[in-house]
Structures are given as C-alpha cells and as structure tokens.
Design a protein around this ligand. Sequence first.
Ligand code: CTP
Ligand code: CA
Length: 228
Amino acid sequence: TADAHSTHDLAGWRVVVSAGGTREPIDPVRFLGNRSSGRQGVALASAAAQRGAQVTLVAANLAVPAPDGVVVVPVGTAAQLREAVRSAAKDAEAVVMAAAVADFRPVSPAETKIKKRAGAQAPTIELVENVDVLAELARDRLRPGQVVVGFAAETGDDQGSVLEHGRSKALRKGADLLVVNAVGDGLGFGTAENDVTILDARGEPVATASGSKDAVAHAVWDAVRALG
Ligand code: CTP
Ligand code: CA
C-alpha cells in the first residue's frame, strides 16, 4: 500500500517505464496492434513517482490516462518505442519494460489506403521481426549498474506451465527481473486484478504478488530495491 512506502525509497532514482501496446502501420488507416491497456505500466510509473523517483513513461497508445508527476513520451510503433526508451535509459538507474511490443511489423506499409477490387485476391501482408528492446537493453546496459526488468504474459500449454515458459524467457532475455503474469481465463489484459511471480536472471522465483495492479507495481519496485 502507499503507506508502506512513505519512506521515498526511490528518491534520487531515475526510472523509465514503457507502457501500453505498439501499433504497426499496415496502411495510413490500419495497424497491427494488441490488447494492452497500459494499466500495469501506468501503475508502475505512478508507484515509482510516489516513492520519490523521477519517472519517464514511454507511452504507447494508452487506453488509460497517464499519472500526474511523470514525464510522458508518447510513441506509436515498436521502433519509436525503442528510440524513446533507449534515449531515456542512458540516464536511468532502472528500466521496466511493461509495454506489449509488437514482435513483427509489416515490411513496407502501403502509402495509400489498401482498396478492395472486385474479383481480386485478398492481399498478403509480409512481416519482418522487430528488435527485442528488452534483450537489447539487458545486453547493452546503457548505464553501469542499471536494473533491467521485463514482463511476460504467459499461458500454460502442452510445451510447459506458465512458470516453465517464464523461466526459459528469463534465461533468454538476460534481464535482472522478469515479472511473469498468468493470462487467459479473465486474468491479465484489461482487468484490474493481477497474479504475478517475479523471477531473477536465472529464472528463480524471488517474489510473488497478487491483487491490484498497484500492489503488483509496488512488489516490482520492492524487488528492484532488493537487488542492491
Ligand atoms: N519486448 C521487447 N521488444 C520486443 C518484444 C518484447 O522489449 N520486440 C519485451 C516486452 O516489453 C516484455 C518482454 O519483452 O517486457 C517479454 O515480452 P514477450 O512478448 O512475453 O516475449 P517474447 O520474447 O516476444 O516472446 P513471445 O514469443 O512469447 O511473444
Ligand atoms: Ca512477444
């Protein structure tokens, strides 16, 4: 709760939070998007500001208002988000990638609106992979000692449980912390309640949190502080 953190334990910290979902243009009026509302990222930004941090919120198409008291950098695409995050991260003690970044973008968006033509075949949209911003931040460490945090929304499937997928993602990304969120069956996207396990760089659980996105946000900052 807010009371538990009235100590301003992030005073003197500069932090970057990405939030929302990127939109990759198909043509001037259409995009490839996702259902991220930005609520969790906004809660993270708000919690950090409450705890005394200087916060830059890189905001991709938020469905909710940004909090007061943070610097907002609006972005649309994954490429724009990457530039904004890297620019702010040069002077930050921590970066949290809560945004849902598109894995792929259309190779060459049409310059004019794609039209239907009688009898013509449906168009095929060719995609190319976007840069993995989180993995790149974890590799580059734009500032010495910077803490890099990722989020992963996972579902269990025949390849493994939510935590097994989270663990292999933690190892793949190289971030200091990965916040694994079980989605599906009304959990996660667009909902107020959350249920997360925070993994370290080796994929080992260091904390769990459930409840509001604010509670999860504070648990994430607690885990960041606990790193040292
Ligand atoms: N992420 C990123 N850049 C990308 C894709 C994802 O920075 N191009 C970040 C997200 O912001 C999140 C983390 O990576 O913090 C995990 O995203 P997720 O989509 O779960 O991971 P992927 O590696 O894309 O794996 P998947 O195939 O499950 O989508
Ligand atoms: Ca992805």
